[in-house]
Design a protein around this ligand. Structure first.
Ligand code: RP5
Length: 185
């Protein structure tokens, strides 16, 4: 999809409701989740990206329920300006691997607890990608989602000094939070 078409979907008069775009620039990070139910976890990534002022978009696309639409999305992602993908899924969780198979962009995987196996199924699926198609797998659940966004920020900051400075400030603030903690008397 051409950048102009993407701009129309995100910011045009007839905004496509399936696109959850953020910021007033074309997205650099694409967050894909296998189900709307995964958003409760992936919102942790969205919050970090918002805080760091990184343009992003979030979509529900399933590797097994909407494979054709997922392929179409990933095949056009780079030309639309995306540079990093975050994929969150539960259960068999092949979403990240399928995305990685179709792009050379870094794919950061977030395992989600969606079955009685509590995310261990998704973690093992995502982290056990066969040699040749890499997927960087984070922790199960919200901590993994937040770290996926921070990892994406670190990748983008390699070529963005202003973003690097924002990351330095973000981490310094986290350190200060720890130093400010008081234990009960
Ligand atoms: C996966 O199956 C999704 O990523 C989700 O975590 C899980 C269950 O999907 P729903 O039945 O909640 O839509 O594809």
């Amino acid at each position: 999809m051409a950048a102009a078409v993407e701009a129309f979907l995100c910011f045009g008069l007839v905004r496509d409701p399936s696109y959850n775009c953020s910021m007033d620039k074309l997205p650099l990070v694409g967050i894909v989740m296998g189900s709307k139910n995964d958003y409760d976890v992936l919102v942790a990534a969205v919050e970090i990206l918002r805080t760091l002022e990184i343009p992003h978009e979030a979509r529900v696309l399933s590797a097994h329920r909407t494979p054709d639409q997922l392929f179409a999305y990933v095949e056009t992602a780079r030309e639309r300006g995306l540079r990093v993908m975050i994929a969150g899924a539960g259960g068999a969780a092949h979403l990240a691997g399928v995305i990685a198979a179709k792009t050379l962009m870094p794919v950061l995987a977030v395992p989600i607890a969606a079955t009685p196996l509590n995310g261990l199924d998704s973690l093992l699926s995502m982290v056990q990608m066969p040699k040749g198609i890499p997927v960087a797998t984070l922790a199960i659940g919200k901590p993994g989602a937040a770290n996926a966004a921070l990892f994406a920020a670190e990748i983008l900051a390699l070529n963005d000094p202003a973003l690097y400075d924002r990351l330095v400030a973000w981490r310094a603030a986290r350190a200060q939070e720890v130093l400010d903690q008081k234990l009960p008397d």
